[in-house]
Design a protein around this ligand. Structure first.
Ligand SMILES: Cc1ncc(COP(=O)(O)O)c(C=O)c1O
Length: 301
C-alpha cells in the first residue's frame, strides 16, 4: 500500500494526473501471484483515489503452485462492488491473451474484459484494426470448446512448468545462485548479485553482456524490468527442452566457478579464456550472434 501511495505522491509532485493503476498478476518478471489481501488493498486505494484498475492477467493459466491465482474481478465480486461501489466496478478492466497460457503468440489473439460499456465499445471499434482471421477463430473455438482437452492441457502444462522450474532452481542452486520463490510464469527471477563487479546497473549490464557473449545465454537484466536493485535477472525456462536446460545449467555452473576463481567479472580475462570465449562465440546460434555481436565487439575492444 505504501508503494502505491509513494508512486501516487511522486506523480502528483510531477504534476501528473493519475488515471489508473496497472498491475500484472501473475507478475512478469517475478512469477508470483497477488494475494487476496493485496488485491483488497488495491481496490481500497482505487476507491480512495477515484482511479481505474487495469489488470494484465496474461499469465493466469501458468500458476503451477499454491497460493492459487485470484483475479481482480473475483476480489471485486467478493467486495460486492457491483452493488456497493458500481463506480469502481466500472473502472476495473482485465487484459488477457492466448500467447502465454496456450503458447500461441503468433495467433495474435487477445481480449479485454470490462464492465465499462464505453471501454468495451471503444475496444470493439479498435478491434477492426487487428482482426483475427476466420480460420484462427474456427480453430480456437473448436479447441476451447473442448472442455476435456482444455482441462487436460492446463493440468499438463502446469505440471511441466513446475517440473522445469524445479530443475532450473536446483541447477542454479548448485552454482550458488538462488531464485525468488515463485508459483507462476514461464521464468524465474534469479539473484546474481554476488557476480557483480560493483553494486551498480553498469556492472549488471556488464554481467549480462558477459553471460550473453561468453556463456551464450540470453537473460533479461533486472534494470530493463525496472528493478530497483542491481544483480537480478529473469531466466525463461519454459520453451527449453530438458536437454537444453541441462546444457544451460552446466554452462552457468562453469561460468560461476570461473568467476569465483578469477575474481569478479570486471577483472581481465586470461588468454586461454579468451580463446575459449572466441570458440564459444563461433558456436553461438545465428540469432544470439546477431543480437550480441555489437555488444560483444564493444566488450572485446
Ligand atoms: C505481462 C504481459 N502482458 C502482455 C504481453 C503481450 O503478449 P502478446 O502481445 O503476445 O499477447 C506480454 C508479453 O510478453 C506480457 O509479458
Amino acid at each position: 500500500m505504501s508503494a502505491l501511495e509513494d508512486a501516487y505522491q511522486s506523480a502528483q509532485t510531477l504534476n501528473l494526473k493519475v488515471k489508473g493503476v496497472l498491475i500484472t498478476n501473475p507478475s512478469n518478471p517475478l512469477g508470483t501471484t497477488m494475494t487476496r489481501e493485496e488485491l483488497n488493498h488495491l481496490i481500497t486505494f482505487a476507491i480512495a483515489k477515484n482511479i481505474h484498475i487495469i489488470s494484465d492477467e496474461v499469465f493466469a493459466g501458468t500458476v503451477f503452485d499454491s497460493p492459487g491465482f485470484i483475479s481482480i474481478m473475483e476480489a471485486a465480486m467478493d467486495r460486492r462492488l457491483e452493488n456497493e461501489n458500481p463506480d469502481l466496478w466500472n473502472r476495473i478492466h482485465i487484459v488477457y491473451s492466448l500467447s502465454k497460457d496456450l503458447g500461441l503468440p503468433g495467433f495474435r489473439v487477445g481480449m479485454i474484459y470490462s464492465n465499462n460499456e464505453t471501454v468495451v465499445s471503444a475496444a470493439t471499434r479498435m478491434s477492426s484494426f487487428g482482426l483475427v482471421s476466420s480460420q484462427t477463430q474456427y480453430l480456437l473455438s473448436n479447441m476451447l470448446a473442448n472442455k476435456k482437452f482444455t482441462s487436460k492441457y492446463m493440468k499438463e502444462n502446469q505440471k511441466r512448468l513446475k517440473r522445469k522450474r524445479e530443475m532450473l532452481v536446483s541447477g542454479l542452486r548448485t552454482s550458488g545462485m538462488e531464485c525468488l520463490k515463485s508459483n507462476a510464469g514461464l521464468f524465474c527471477w534469479v539473484d546474481m548479485r554476488h557476480l557483480l563487479s560493483s553494486n551498480s546497473f553498469e556492472a549488471e549490464t556488464k554481467l549480462w553482456k558477459t553471460i550473453l557473449c561468453e556463456v551464450g545465454l540470453n537473460m533479461t537484466a533486472g534494470e530493463s524490468c525496472h528493478c530497483s536493485e542491481p544483480g537480478w535477472f529473469r531466466v525463461c525456462f519454459a520453451s527449453m527442452s530438458q536437454a537444453t536446460l541441462q546444457i544451460a545449467m552446466r554452462r552457468l555452473r562453469d561460468f560461476s566457478e570461473r568467476s569465483s576463481c578469477s575474481g569478479r567479472i570486471g577483472n581481465k580475462i586470461s588468454s586461454q579464456q579468451q580463446n575459449m570465449s572466441s570458440l564459444r562465440r563461433k558456436l553461438l546460434s545465428n540469432w544470439v550472434h546477431k543480437l550480441s555481436s555489437s555488444e560483444c565487439d564493444e566488450q572485446h575492444r
